[in-house]
Design a protein around this ligand. Sequence first.
Ligand code: PEP
Ligand code: MN
Length: 342
Amino acid sequence: MIILMKRNATEGQIDHVTAWVESVGYHTHLSRGVERTIIGAIGDDRGKTQLKSAEYLPGVEKIVPILKPYKLASREFREENTQIRVGEAVVGGPKFVVMAGPCTVESEEQLLESAYIARKGGADILRGGAFKPRTSPYSFQGMEKEGLKLLKKVRERTGLPVVTEVMSPADVDLVEEYSDILQVGARNVQNFALLKKVGKARKPVLLKRGMMTTIEELLMSAEYILAEGNEEVILCERGIRTFETATRNTLDISAVPVLKELTHLPVIVDPSHASGHAKYVIPLCRAAVAVGADGVIVEMHPEPEKAVCDGPQSLRPESFYELMEEIRRLSSFMNNGMGVRS
Ligand code: PEP
Ligand code: MN
């Protein structure tokens, strides 16, 4: 249920309603919009009848049930887009955000070089995995803590915030210490213990859609994080499994407008893991800008042929610069010419 406060409701009335809702056994989540405050009452259905009497409390306009299974993630709960600040960038704001870097951290030189290329091209955030989810146990598993230390070092040298993956609840505190955004990868989208743990972290979470999860399941996973108190969740469409084999996965571009309708959370696109080929990354990024995504996360490597992981889908520096130029031109056209992004 959500409790819509009147436009002129006082702080005292908001506090009173919050305390009352909690006294009948619900958790509360406050959403302070430009126009009015909404109090989300989260709990099981048994107290529903009692909760309805909140309608008579001073300052309350009305009580509205949220029909969707996800509550805090829904547009009904928060009308305005959620904006997440990371360093100088705002994910979900007016500017299209670019996260770029290698699939995995390999060495200080490789990461530093990638960061210089990312910064020179105008990327906002550096990506690089330290814990790698690999299909084969014999593949390189990541530099782990050493990789995290390099990410921190490179961030200090270049000023670029970093996003890196966390795969286990036991590693969340460690990764949180070193990273600006915690990535929950496609394979862990329904690792509920991990979702709950990152929900307690004080860093934004980049939640990737699984290759076999529906949009609703993705939003339910986001709900796990929000319900633990972390309001900063960035959703990522990274391709799903279909019968098509020409690309590594199939980029579900329609997931972007669907998510934009259903949720207030920012939505970005990963064309690298979606397609598996560097040559498709630029066209798919164009699609991401045009469809109204808030940004992209792309794999880029100083020397893709030497990459330890995901080389074939990693952009070379020249292609990355070309991509950044295209994104600048296309998003300025979208902002000024068509006014689609708001
Ligand atoms: C990655 O970002 O390198 C990665 C493993 O992505 P995904 O979880 O989407 O496969
Ligand atoms: Mn990768």
